[in-house]
Design a protein around this ligand. Sequence first.
Ligand code: GTQ
Ligand code: FE2
Length: 350
Amino acid sequence: MAELQTMQDADARRALKEDLARFHCRVHQPDDPPLFTRVPESSVETVLWRWKDLEPLLERLGQQLSLEAGGQRRTLRLANPGLAFGTTHTFWASIQVILPGEIASAHRHTANAFRFIMHGNGATTTVEGERYAMNEGDLVLTPGMMWHDHEYRGDTPMIWLDVLDISLMQAMHATFFEGSKELQRPVGPVPDRSFRQYGSGLMSPPGRPPSLAHNPLLVYSRETAMSALRQAAGLEPDPCDDVILEYRNPVTGGPAMKTMGMRLQMIRPGVHCKPRRHTGSKLYYVVQGEGTTIVDGVPYEWSRGDFMTVRPWALHEHLNRSADQEAVLFQVNDFPAMEALGYYREERPA
Ligand code: GTQ
Ligand code: FE2
């Protein structure tokens, strides 16, 4: 009896389909996937990109691809095989190669971006009237709709990691892009104003804080980040991350960007962290040392220069088997966006 009813219901649903479609309506069809799954099911794959594979590819990019006018960039995108587009479902990570004498011309876009410098020193980026040197280990922000261009006067190719929340922006149907008529935008009277005002992280000019529309600090130097990390090593370790710090907006105390979070972490020699899972996606860049991340039972061995993304809601744990070498990881994630929307969840098996 129950079976007959189910069949009748399925037939009724199919019969309704076309009539409803004329009015841009539909009912759930028997072969539609369910609206909900008990836990997240993501097509994003856990991927390890090895520096030994990336390095020769980047060299080829530098030799074979030109940098044309029109705001183009020479980048190697880290493409997730589980997606048609993106490194994860919210962001694109790319490695940008810039050659001596090149200028990556000015443009602006709604996507938020940042650069974490991987190799080389001495390029500059101009962000909305402020110019910053880009040196290894530095983090430079380009919040949405700020004009930016890059220039390099050094003598060997330079590379950095770019991450943009493009997939999230596209999912929100909020894409705007504008090229500049000028190759480079002008620099203001104090080229590194945001650093001079907020770069100490502790003290800033008295008075009201500036507009909270975006982080008033655009640059976090390697020295500042590494000394903060060493200082934090005196705390109780984080069970899942050993020593870990968030790059923060110095005025609000919140994450450095509205959609993407950045963290720096150290896994000390001999440390085996606890497993956990969470919603949202993240990408690691191995700044120093080597280690292992076990994701749903599969070990991924990483070392300096490698990148790794972890599938959302996959159970994962880090370990450093070295007797004397610290592992340092830079991380980008989409937790600020997830938290703002109420979708961030985390679970640690008992
Ligand atoms: O440097 O402005 O990797 O606009 C992708 C888009 C870099 C940039 C990327 C961009 C940039
Ligand atoms: Fe850009």
